[in-house]
Design a protein around this ligand. Structure first.
Ligand code: HEM
Length: 92
């Protein structure tokens, strides 16, 4: 469903505005599954990722080592080489 044009026009395009307002229709965006067996680590994982991203963005400038790295579906969309980046710490 994540790549279904019916629910997500231009599915490969990075477009966070898709999640604004009421966001995607129920059961179309399901990175953690859904229903009674939905991932019980969902909120923990989201918080952890948020904290990690906060520190990454606030403390470092960073650049991708492979600018046009391919995304492969395994079946989850992943950067082919693991998204290597170079970090440059901001001055304190
Ligand atoms: C980005 C991180 C994560 C993603 C994308 C993810 C995704 C998923 C998905 C898609 C399922 C299957 C849900 C379904 O059958 O409908 C699942 C199940 C599960 N996840 Fe996660 N998960 C993540 C992190 C975590 C963490 C951090 C934990 C534990 C601390 C966790 C524990 C579990 C468990 C125990 C199940 C099995 C639930 C069941 O079958 O009743 N997950 N997860």
């Amino acid at each position: 469903t994540h790549r279904d044009h019916k629910f997500f026009p231009e599915p490969q395009k990075f477009d966070p505005s898709r999640f604004e307002g009421s966001g995607p229709a129920p059961y179309t965006y399901v990175p953690f599954g859904g229903g009674p067996r939905i991932c019980p680590g969902k909120d923990f994982a989201r918080l952890e990722i948020l904290v990690f991203m906060h520190h990454l963005v606030k403390r470092f400038r960073w650049e991708k080592l492979i600018p046009d790295e391919k995304i492969v579906n395994t079946p989850i969309a992943n950067p082919e080489k693991g998204l290597p980046i170079r970090l440059f710490p901001h001055e304190a």
